[in-house]
Design a protein around this ligand. Structure first.
Ligand code: GYE
Length: 324
């Protein structure tokens, strides 16, 4: 019995060595063994991002894909170095969520020359050269901004005076910051009573959202609405509003984007008024795409995730099952 176990353990160990040798030795990275995926993540700036990272790590494991993961701490230069190192390591596929929209041509041309397919997840790039990547998997951020604007114009539809809005933008130059700003502006510009009186980046973080909201509260005599490009900034801003002796959700109405648990809880508690959902659970779809592009199969140019919106009642209903 013991002998048998030993033999099994030895065989397993030998198999492991063999697999590793295959995985790192093949010129196309992982040929013969598991597919190697190099994933260059934006950072760990928000609850959305934490859920996104976990989804990618868990689904790589389930799919039997060998994941090399890096965190760029919201810096483009770090992401570029990570992509270069994946090229050097000859991974089979590279996926990344570009921190900003522009400035990717050089490094993506290097990947193309090395014959390594690239998948964009979550955030897009502004390059007109569509041959630099195989597909984009993520959300329509303009639509999200529009939904936030539509909620606002409904909520304040009967208001007679000027509606003063402050905006906490996401990371400067990022696709979600650019597009959520645009979608929202497109909707509210139809009526001149809506006025964005202050707009600044809160870098998608709670700490910065709080800090910038503190400054808004000092410089703006009358704020009716806060539009935050993500939940974390809204949650930080709530602390600033309360510290200033005002009631979030009443004195200042709040709309934000993402739909993380803490924000749905704040919505259930009446501190946030509306949340537009952005789905971070991209892992399973990403792994399917990785397998397809690794096999040389063609994939759709753009795959958009399905999303909803939350008011107080639907937040309360969703909370018990919310994973993140
Ligand atoms: O909304 C925000 C995160 O790119 C969609 O990045 C993502 C955004 C998300 O930091 O919370």
């Amino acid at each position: 019995m013991l002998k048998k176990r030993w033999a099994a353990a030895a065989a397993a160990a030998a198999g492991l060595v063999l697999l590793t040798a295959c995985g790192s030795g093949g010129s196309s990275g992982g040929s013969g063994g598991a597919i190697t995926l190099g994933f260059a993540q934006v950072g760990a700036e928000s609850g959305w991002r934490t859920a996104n990272t976990k989804s990618i790590q868990d689904s790589a494991k389930t799919a039997g894909i060998e994941l090399k993961f890096s965190d760029a701490q919201q810096k483009q230069e770090n992401q570029i170095s990570a992509i270069r190192s994946y090229i050097q390591q000859k991974v089979k596929v590279i996926a990344f969520s570009p921190v900003v929209e522009s400035g990717w041509e050089t490094v993506l041309k290097e990947a193309k020359t090395a014959n390594i397919p690239v998948i964009l997840t979550d955030r897009a790039i502004d390059s007109p050269d569509k041959t630099l990547y195989k597909t984009f998997l993520g959300s329509d951020f303009i639509a999200e901004g529009k939904k936030a604007g539509q909620w606002l114009t409904k909520e304040f539809g009967s208001a007679t005076g000027q509606v003063n809005i402050v905006e906490l933008q996401g990371t400067t130059g990022s696709a979600p910051a650019n597009d959520r700003k645009k979608g929202f502006a497109d909707v509210i510009s139809a009526d001149p009573k809506y006025k964005i009186v202050a707009s600044q980046t809160g870098e998608f973080t709670r700490a910065k959202g709080k800090e910038v909201m503190e400054a808004f509260l000092k410089s703006q005599p009358k704020i009716d609405v806060l539009y935050a490009h993500n939940d974390d900034m809204a949650l930080g801003a709530i602390e600033a509003i309360e510290a200033a002796g005002k009631v979030p959700g009443k004195d200042i109405k709040i709309v934000s984007v993402d739909g993380v648990k803490d924000a749905l809880q704040a919505l259930a508690d009446g501190k946030i008024n509306h949340v537009v959902e952005c789905n971070p659970l991209l892992g399973p779809q990403l792994m399917d795409l990785v397998k397809k592009v690794a096999a040389g199969e063609s994939v759709p140019e753009r795959i958009e995730t399905q999303e909803t919106e939350f008011d107080q009642a639907s937040a309360k209903a969703a909370l018990p099952q919310r994973q993140y």
